[in-house]
Design a protein around this ligand. Structure first.
Ligand SMILES: NC(=O)c1ccc[n+]([C@@H]2O[C@H](COP(=O)([O-])OP(=O)(O)OC[C@H]3O[C@@H](n4cnc5c(N)ncnc54)[C@H](OP(=O)(O)O)[C@@H]3O)[C@@H](O)[C@H]2O)c1
Length: 352
C-alpha cells in the first residue's frame, strides 16, 4: 500500500527541507484490541512543516506523515470489535494521555512522522486501538472530518480548559489564518464569547468576521494593540483571554489590553522558541499558560462539542492523492491558507 513520507538528506535542523516521497509499505495487521482503518482523508498541521525542517521532537524518515485524519473501519483484530466494521471514525492524533488536566500521565506521542509513534494518517490503511478512535459526527464531510482531530483538540483545550472562557467575555485569537486559531474562533463563538482576531491579511479578517469574529487588526501594523484597544466594547473595554500560537512579543503587546489577572494561552511559537514575559505583566497578575494538544478525554469532549454545536472545520484547500501533498506543504510555507489543508486518499470517490 502507499504511504507519504520524508526521506533523509544532509542538512542542519532549520536549514534542511526533507524531500517528500510516496513509497510502498506493507499493509498493517490489527492487534487484538485494534481496528484496521482505510484512510479517506488526512490534513496538515504546522508541526508537519516543522518535521520537514527537522525542528520537531522525534523527527524521523520513512514513517507515514500527518496526524489528522478520518477513515472507515474495514477490519478488526478480534471478534468483540466486529461492531466497529463499516463505521467512519476520526483518528486519534496522540497517545499516552488519558485525562489528567495538567498533562500526560505517560510518555506522550503525537501521530505522524516521528520515531515516538511510527504511524501516521498519510497511508492507505492504518491500525489504531478501538479505545482511542471517535465516531465521526454525521454532519461533517470527509475533508471537514479529516481536518478536525489535532487542531480541534488543541483549540478545545486552549479555549476551555486552559483559557476558562465564559459567555460574554472578550477573547483575542492571533494569526486567524491558522488551523488551530480558526477552530478556537469557532469554539469561542459557540461558547458565547466576543472574539477579536489578528491576521496578516485584511481578507482573512473579513472571512473571520463571517465566521463570527467581532473585529480584527493586522499584526504587521506597528502598533496593532492600539488599533485593537479602540475596537473593544465600551461596556467591557478589556480582554479576558488571549489565545496565541505565534509567540514573539505577544505578552508585551497584549498586556495593556488584558484585564488584571487576564490569561494568555500559548499553544505554539511559530515565530521562534521564546516568549519574553515582562514585569508589567507580573504587576498586572497576568498568567501565561502553556498548552499542548490534549488528552483522550479532551479529544472526546471536543468531538461531542462539535457534534452538539454542528461546527464545521474551515477548509482552505483540498487535493486528491498522495502525489498532491507537496502542493499543500507549499501553501503552508507561503502562509496563504485560511484554514486546513486536506488531501483525500484512495481511489474511491470519498464523499466531499
Ligand atoms: N502545542 C501543541 O500541541 C500544538 C498543536 C497544534 C499546533 N501547535 C503550534 O501552533 C502553531 C500554529 O499551528 P497551526 O497548525 O494552526 O499553523 P498554521 O495552520 O500553519 O497557521 C499558522 C498561522 O500563524 C499565523 N502567524 C504567522 N506569523 C504570525 C505573527 N507574527 N503573529 C500572529 N500570527 C502569526 C498566520 O496567520 P495569518 O495567516 O492570519 O496571518 C498563519 O496562518 C505552530 O507553532 C504549531 O506548531 C502546537
Amino acid at each position: 500500500m502507499k504511504a507519504g513520507v520524508i526521506t533523509r538528506v544532509d542538512g542542519k535542523p532549520g536549514e534542511v527541507y526533507y524531500p517528500y516521497s510516496v513509497v510502498d509499505i506493507p499493509q498493517p495487521t490489527p492487534g487484538p484490541d485494534e481496528l484496521l482503518i482505510k484512510i479517506h482523508g488526512a490534513a496538515l498541521n504546522h508541526r508537519d512543516l516543522f518535521i520537514r525542517q527537522h525542528l520537531y521532537p522525534g523527527t524521523t524518515w520513512n514513517v507515514p506523515l500527518l496526524a489528522d485524519g478520518v477513515g472507515t473501519v474495514v477490519g478488526v483484530g478480534s471478534q468483540e470489535l466486529e461492531g466497529w466494521k463499516g463505521k467512519k471514525v476520526l483518528i486519534p492524533p496522540g497517545k499516552g494521555w488519558a485525562s489528567d488536566p495538567s498533562g500526560p500521565e505517560e510518555s506522550y506521542a503525537v501521530l505522524g512522522g516521528t520515531k515516538h509513534w511510527p504511524n501516521g494518517t498519510l497511508q492507505e490503511y492504518a491500525t489504531f486501538s478501538a479505545a482511542e478512535v471517535e465516531e465521526c459526527p454525521v454532519h461533517l464531510s470527509t475533508p471537514e472530518a479529516a481536518a478536525l482531530p489535532l487542531c480541534g483538540t488543541t483549540a478545545y483545550r486552549a479555549v476551555f480548559n486552559k483559557g476558562q472562557i465564559k459567555a460574554g467575555q472578550n477573547v483575542l485569537i492571533t494569526g486567524i489564518g491558522g488551523g488551530v486559531a480558526l477552530a478556537a474562533l469557532q469554539f469561542a463563538c459557540a461558547a458565547g464569547a466576543t472574539v477579536f482576531v489578528t491576521s496578516s491579511s485584511a481578507e482573512k479578517i473579513r472571512s473571520a468576521k463571517e465566521l463570527g469574529a467581532s473585529a480584527g487588526v493586522n499584526y504587521k501594523s506597528p502598533e496593532w494593540e492600539k488599533d485593537l484597544q479602540k475596537m473593544l466594547p465600551k461596556s467591557r473595554p478589556y480582554l479576558d483571554l488571549v489565545v496565541d500560537g505565534a509567540g514573539g512579543d505577544i505578552v508585551q503587546r497584549s498586556v495593556s489590553l488584558l484585564k488584571k489577572g487576564g490569561i494568555i494561552v500559548s499553544y505554539g511559537m511559530t515565530l521562534g522558541p521564546l516568549v519574553p514575559f515582562t514585569m508589567t505583566a507580573v504587576l498586572k497578575n497576568i498568567e501565561l499558560r502553556g498548552t499542548t494538544m490534549g488528552s483522550r478525554k479532551e479529544f472526546h469532549d471536543m468531538v461531542s462539542f462539535v457534534r452538539l454545536k454542528q461546527i464545521r472545520p474551515v477548509i482552505s484547500t483540498t487535493t486528491r492523492g498522495f502525489e498532491s501533498v507537496d502542493e499543500l506543504f507549499e501553501i503552508m510555507r507561503s502562509g496563504k491558507q485560511f484554514g486546513k489543508l486536506v488531501v483525500l486518499l484512495g481511489n474511491d470517490q470519498a464523499k466531499l
